[in-house]
Design a protein around this ligand. Structure first.
Ligand SMILES: [Zn+2]
Length: 196
């Protein structure tokens, strides 16, 4: 699956829109990304995550993986489907009182080799929090995977990283927005934009 094929699947499902959007941050952007609109289709989710799992498996730097983990909510389905493809268990973390935690009796055994996944990686903030939680529990993060890398490929998390597609998503203050300047009006996408 090429990057263009992946982006085409996103566009066909309206998970990636091109136009002129008003983000919840107040900034304007020519793109709108909502992975839930892809992941609502189980077969598509399964295919994309199997592709991501394949790339992780074929990366000789990574080696064995004992479990997959993702931050709730956005990453849960990705962890589940990548875990299915790799035939390992899939955990998720939850934020409680502002801190990323392992709840529901989930456990990471000492020295377990962990793959951290997300739907979208942008700044890597929540990814880093999950990696920290893994190491606090004695595990070792051996790689990070996401469906989309919105950092333009620049983010360095200190471990091998894979994404099915790399996007650079520019955002502008309204007074500096070239789309506004060209005469169009920013519209609000259907639901909240991911903050990360
Ligand atoms: Zn604008």
């Amino acid at each position: 699956m090429t990057e263009n094929e992946v982006l085409k699947i996103f566009e066909e499902n309206n998970a990636l829109l091109n136009g002129h959007f008003l983000l919840t941050s107040g900034l304007h952007s020519p793109h709108y990304l909502q992975c839930a609109l892809i992941l609502q289709h189980p077969a598509t989710a399964e295919n994309l995550c199997a592709e991501l799992a394949e790339r992780i498996k074929n990366d000789e730097r990574i080696g064995t993986i004992d479990l997959v983990i993702a931050p709730a909510l956005g990453g849960i389905i990705v962890a589940h489907e990548v875990g299915r493809a790799l035939k390992v268990r899939a955990l998720f973390t939850e934020r409680q009182d502002g801190l990323m935690r392992l709840r529901r009796g989930f456990q990471i055994k000492p020295e377990e080799r962990v793959l951290v996944v997300e739907d979208v990686v942008t700044t890597g903030g929540s990814t880093r929090e999950v990696m920290e939680l893994v190491s606090q529990n004695g595990g070792v993060t051996v790689a990070v995977g996401s469906l989309i890398d919105r950092s333009g490929g620049t983010l360095d998390l200190g471990v091998p990283r894979h994404a099915l597609a790399i996007l650079t998503v520019p955002s502008y203050r309204p007074e500096e927005c070239p789309l506004c300047r060209a005469g169009s009006t920013a519209v609000k996408p259907g639901s909240r934009m991911r903050s990360d």
